[in-house]
Design a protein around this ligand. Sequence first.
Ligand SMILES: [Zn+2]
Length: 86
Amino acid sequence: MLMCRDLADIASDYIDGELTSRQNLSVKMHLMMCKHCRTFIGNLRASTEMMKAHSSGRPNEEFMRRIDERVAEALKTWEPEDGDKN
Ligand SMILES: [Zn+2]
């Protein structure tokens, strides 16, 4: 069972399509039930595409650092839903 933190670890490989089909499936299943990770992947994908567009192939260090900061920020405000707060 994939946890949010596991997903954060492999998220960039997922976006790059570098996961095995089995990992890929676990990510998709996790995304189906976890809206935090959907948001996270969405942001990360947008950043990745922006980066590719801006730096023709070669990752820009400053930009990478900013993405790292955004990811760290997202993880800090992470609030997994318990689901049963009645
Ligand atoms: Zn999650």
